[in-house]
Design a protein. Structure first.
Length: 184
């Protein structure tokens, strides 16, 4: 699609293709390195009993499932404000999933809750990554503070959606349950 648009605008040339290929290679290399390092971290962490310790701490929180959901949402939100999606998914989420499974949470629902939470973090001032992306394409006369203020209603909407999905899990699970039923 991007190549087609560039060709339509008569901006497709060999230099653009090589620059894009180089950028793609750099990003892919970084992602693979993060995956490799997080896998190595996870292996060492597991071998030292860290994952079991974290799982037991989360499962034994006073308040059970509700306490686990509150703690995991706070942790993921705070990480999401300062880190990117890849680091959180490869390092933090593997620490939460075993506890969620032990507590009997629906994994599809838990994944959706964490995804909404991350999306909220990514648009939350002052550090939300999406705000920086928006700032990079905004006109120079648009100030950073204006972008941050304009994100606040969306943060409220995201938190509202997060609460709805947490209070009414069937908003997520009903479609999956329909798909799981055998067709007669």
């Amino acid at each position: 699609g991007a190549c087609g648009l560039a060709a339509l605008n008569r901006k497709l040339n060999w230099q653009l293709i090589t620059t894009a290929a180089h950028s793609t290679a750099v990003v892919s290399t970084v992602v693979v390195m993060i995956l490799f390092c997080s896998s190595f971290f996870s292996l060492v962490f597991d071998a030292l009993g860290g994952k079991e310790l974290i799982t037991e701490l989360l499962v034994d929180l006073p308040g059970g499932k509700i306490a686990f959901l509150i703690v995991s949402n706070i942790v993921i939100f705070l990480l999401g404000v300062f880190l990117e999606f890849i680091e959180i998914c490869f390092i933090a989420m593997p620490l939460l999933v075993p506890a969620a499974q032990k507590l009997g949470l629906d994994m599809v629902w838990f994944g959706v809750v964490m995804a909404i939470n991350l999306q909220t973090a990514f648009i939350s001032p002052p550090v939300g990554f999406s705000l920086f992306y928006l700032q990079s394409v905004a006109p120079p006369e648009l100030k950073t503070i204006d972008i941050h203020k304009s994100a606040l209603p969306f943060v409220v909407l995201q938190f509202t959606m997060l609460l709805i999905v947490m209070i009414f899990p069937q908003t997520v699970t009903w479609l999956v349950s329909l798909a799981a039923k055998p067709v007669l």
